[in-house]
Design a protein around this ligand. Structure first.
Ligand code: SF4
Ligand code: SF4
Length: 67
């Protein structure tokens, strides 16, 4: 079990985390942050295994993971 949190104001919607999450937890959201990006949300948060792949891929350091 893991817990993932997106720092929504840091996300630039590149989609790397969405692509590399092995559990399909993350998705581009429908709301924009202050910079105008459709930031990522943890749509299936309960599926997160805490592998931290998403956090490693994120070029903006916009993801925090606990396990
Ligand atoms: S920690 Fe792993 S399972 Fe959880 S959202 Fe990130 S990539 Fe997906
Ligand atoms: S990798 Fe980081 S910047 Fe890119 S979409 Fe995911 S959270 Fe946003």
């Amino acid at each position: 079990m893991g817990k993932v949190e997106i720092l929504q104001e840091s996300c630039k919607a590149c989609g790397y985390c969405v692509k590399f999450c092995p559990r399909d937890v993350l998705a581009l959201g429908k709301e924009v942050n202050a910079k105008g990006y459709l930031y990522v949300v943890a749509e299936k948060a309960e599926e997160c295994i805490g592998c931290a792949m998403c956090a490693q891929m994120c070029p903006e350091a916009a993801i925090e993971v606990w396990r």
